[in-house]
Design a protein around this ligand. Structure first.
Ligand SMILES: Cc1cc2nc3c(=O)[nH]c(=O)nc-3n(C[C@H](O)[C@H](O)[C@H](O)COP(=O)(O)OP(=O)(O)OC[C@H]3O[C@@H](n4cnc5c(N)ncnc54)[C@H](O)[C@@H]3O)c2cc1C
Length: 497
C-alpha cells in the first residue's frame, strides 16, 4: 500500500476506531466526535501533504515500485539523513511544530527497531525455531507492516504514578503497573495500566519498557515490548479533558485543530499474540532497548527538527507582534527577540552537527551523532518555558484583550475595528495574530505544551543524570591534569633567561 492519503486514514479510523473514552463516554467514531474530529482532519491533512505534487518527492521515497513516507527511509548515507530531516521539518511546519507526536516520531522508532531487530534475539524468551516466537523476526516484520500500511502509532512507556518510591512489584496490587499475567498458546495476557499515550487517535499502540525499569528480578513480568491495534479487546484509552472546545479556528488557531490528546491506557487482560511480542521478562534488555537499537537517536533527530520548526514559529509570531504594535525600536524588545534567535540557531546547529557527525551503526543504519542530540534534548526542555514567557512580555495586554470572531461580528464590531487595529494591520488581522500568541503561550492548549516540553522525552532530572553517565569526560580531565603537571616555564627556556 505505501504512503496513504487522508481519506484512507479517516476510513481506517472509522472501520477500526480506537477504544477511547472522553468525559465518561465511549467515543464511537473519533472522526465525528466533537473533541476529536478536528484532530482527525488535521492528521488526514498531514497524510495528504505527502501526495501534493510539489511535496511528493520531499515527503516520500520510492522503493521497488512503491512510495513510502520519508520517515520510514532507512538512512544509509548522511544525505539520506538530511532528506529525512527536511521532511520532518516540512511536516512539522504544518502545525507550527505544535504536534508533538505526529506519526513521523514513531515511524523513526519502528524503522530503527526494525533494522536493529537482531537486538531482540538475545531475549531468552525468544524462540527462533518456533513460528511467531522469534522476537527479532517479529520486530523486523512489524516495521514492514507499519511502513507498508503507513500506520499511525501511539506509544506508552511509563507506569501509573502511584508511588515512585516503590518498585512496580511492591505496589498494593501487582497489576497496577502493566505486567504479564500468563502465557497461552496464542500469546501473553497482560494486565495493568500505562500512564500516558499521546495521540491515542491512532491505528496501533507500541508498548515498550520504560528505560527506568528498576525491578531487581532477572525475570520480571514488567519487562516487555509489544504492539497491538488500538481497538484490541480489553484495551481502553481514558483521554484527558479535551482542549478543542469547538471554537472557531480564528479564535483558537491551534487548540481547535491540533489537540493530539493524551490518554491513560488500561489493559484489562489483553491478549498479545506471540507474533506481536518483541521482548519479554528481560530487565536489562528492556532498559537498553532504545539505546541498543539506536531508536532513541532517530527519534531525537525527528524531535530536533520538530523543535527547530516550533522555535521558528515563536520567532515569527514574536516579530509579527513587535511589528503590529510598533515596539521594535525599544532595545529590550530587540533583546527579547534576539533571545529566540539564539535558541533557534543553537537548535539548528545541533541538527546540522547530528548529521555531519553521523556514523553507520552496528546494523548498517546511518545514525545521527549522539552528542548534539543529547545536548538538544536536554537543552530545549530547560529553555522552552522562556518562549511563551517572551510572547507574554512582548504582547502584554494584547494577549488577553482579544475579542473573538463573534464579538467582531456583533454590535460592537465597528468599535473593535477602530480601537483594536494594529500599527500595520486591521483589527481582524491583529486579533488573529494575538489569538495565535495566546494559544501558543497561555490557553489550556499552550499550558499543556509547556508541560509537554518539560517531560515528553523523559524526566529532565534523570535525563541529565543519564547524560552525565554516558558522556566521555575523561579526555578533558586528562588535559587539565596535563596542564597542572606542565612545567611553569616553556621547554628549553632557562629560568634566568
Ligand atoms: C504532556 C505529556 C505527554 C506525554 N506523552 C507521552 C507519550 O506519548 N508516551 C509516553 O510513554 N510517555 C509520555 N509522557 C510521559 C513522560 O515520558 C513522563 O512524563 C516522563 O518520563 C516522567 O515520568 P512521570 O511523568 O511518570 O514522572 P515521575 O517519574 O512520576 O516524576 C515526578 C517527579 O518525581 C521525580 N522523580 C521520580 N522518580 C525519580 C527518581 N528515580 N529520581 C529522581 N527524581 C525522581 C521527578 O524528577 C519529578 O519531579 C508524556 C508526558 C507529558 C507531560
Amino acid at each position: 500500500m505505501g504512503a496513504i492519503t487522508g481519506q484512507q486514514f479517516l476510513h481506517r479510523l472509522r472501520q477500526s476506531p480506537p477504544t477511547l473514552y472522553i468525559d465518561g463516554a465511549r467515543v464511537d467514531d473519533p472522526t465525528t466526535h466533537p473533541a476529536t474530529r478536528n484532530m482527525c482532519l488535521s492528521l488526514a491533512g498531514l497524510y495528504d501533504l505527502q501526495h501534493q505534487p510539489e511535496l511528493r518527492d520531499l515527503l516520500t521515497f520510492e522503493e521497488e515500485g512503491e512510495r513510502y513516507a520519508m520517515s520510514y527511509l532507512v538512512p544509509r548515507t548522511r544525505e539520506d539523513l538530511a532528506r529525512i530531516g527536511e521532511a520532518h521539518r516540512v511536516r512539522a511546519n504544518y502545525a507550527l511544530g505544535f504536534l508533538g507526536r505526529a506519526p513521523d516520531y514513531m515511524n523513526a522508532n519502528v524503522m530503527a527497531a526494525g533494522m536493529g531487530a537482531d537486538y531482540f534475539s538475545a531475549c531468552e524468551a525468544s524462540q527462533a525455531s518456533v513460528p511467531g516466537r522469534d522476537f527479532a523476526a517479529n520486530m523486523r516484520r512489524y516495521f514492514e507492516h507499519v511502513r507498508n500500511h503507513d500506520l499511525c502509532l501511539t506509544h506508552a512507556l511509563t507506569n501509573p504514578q502511584v508511588n515512585r518510591a516503590r518498585l512496580a512489584s511492591e505496589l498494593p496490587d501487582p497489576f497496577i503497573a502493566l505486567g504479564v499475567v500468563e502465557e497461552t498458546e496464542g500469546g501473553v495476557i497482560v494486565r495493568g495500566a500505562r500512564m500516558m499515550a499521546t495521540l491515542p487517535i491512532a491505528d496501533e499502540i507500541l508498548v515498550f519498557p520504560s528505560t527506568v525499569l528498576k525491578e531487581n528480578a532477572d525475570k520480571s513480568r514488567y519487562a516487555m515490548g509489544f504492539a497491538l491495534p488500538t481497538n484490541t479487546p480489553g484495551l481502553s484509552f481514558q483521554c484527558r479533558e479535551p482542549f478543542d472546545t469547538g471554537r472557531d479556528p480564528e479564535d483558537h488557531p491551534l487548540g481547535s485543530r491540533f489537540d493530539e490528546q493524551d490518554a491513560f491506557v488500561i489493559f484489562d487482560d489483553v491478549l498479545v499474540p506471540w507474533e506481536r511480542v518483541f521482548l519479554l521478562y528481560d530487565v536489562e534488555l528492556a532498559n537498553k532497548a532504545y539505546a541498543g537499537t539506536d531508536a532513541v537517536l532517530h527519534m531525537a533527530y525527528q524531535v530536533v527538527n520538530l523543535k527547530v520548526a516550533k522555535t521558528e514559529a515563536f520567532l515569527g509570531t514574536a516579530q509579527a507582534i513587535v511589528d503590529a504594535i510598533g515596539s521594535g525600536g525599544f532595545q529590550h524588545v530587540q533583546s527579547k527577540v534576539a533571545e529566540i534567535i539564539v535558541m533557534l540557531e543553537i537548535m539548528k546547529a545541533l541538527e546540522v552537527a547530528a548529521v555531519a557527525n553521523a556514523q553507520p551503526n552496528a546494523y548498517g543504519v546511518m545514525t545521527p551523532a549522539r552528542g548534539p542530540l543529547d545536548a538538544a534534548r536536554n537543552y530545549y526542555p530547560q529553555v522552552y518555558a522562556r518562549l511563551p514567557e517572551l510572547l507574554q512580555l512582548l504582547g502584554a495586554s494584547g494577549i488577553i484583550m482579544m475579542p473573538g470572531k463573534a464579538d467582531r461580528e456583533g454590535p460592537l464590531g465597528p468599535q473593535i475595528s477602530r480601537y483594536l487595529q494594529a500599527g500595520n494591520a486591521s483589527a481582524e488581522e491583529r486579533l488573529k495574530l494575538f489569538r495565535l500568541a495566546w494559544d501558543m503561550s497561555m490557553s489550556s492548549f499552550g499550558g499543556r505544551q509547556s508541560l509537554y516540553e518539560k517531560f515528553f522525552f523523559g524526566d529532565p532530572v534523570r535525563m541529565h543524570s543519564a547524560l552525565y553517565e554516558v558522556y566521555d569526560k575523561a579526555p578533558y580531565v586528562e588535559r587539565i591534569q596535563a596542564f597542572l603537571n606542565r612545567s611553569a616555564q616553556p621547554a628549553g627556556v632557562a629560568a634566568d633567561d
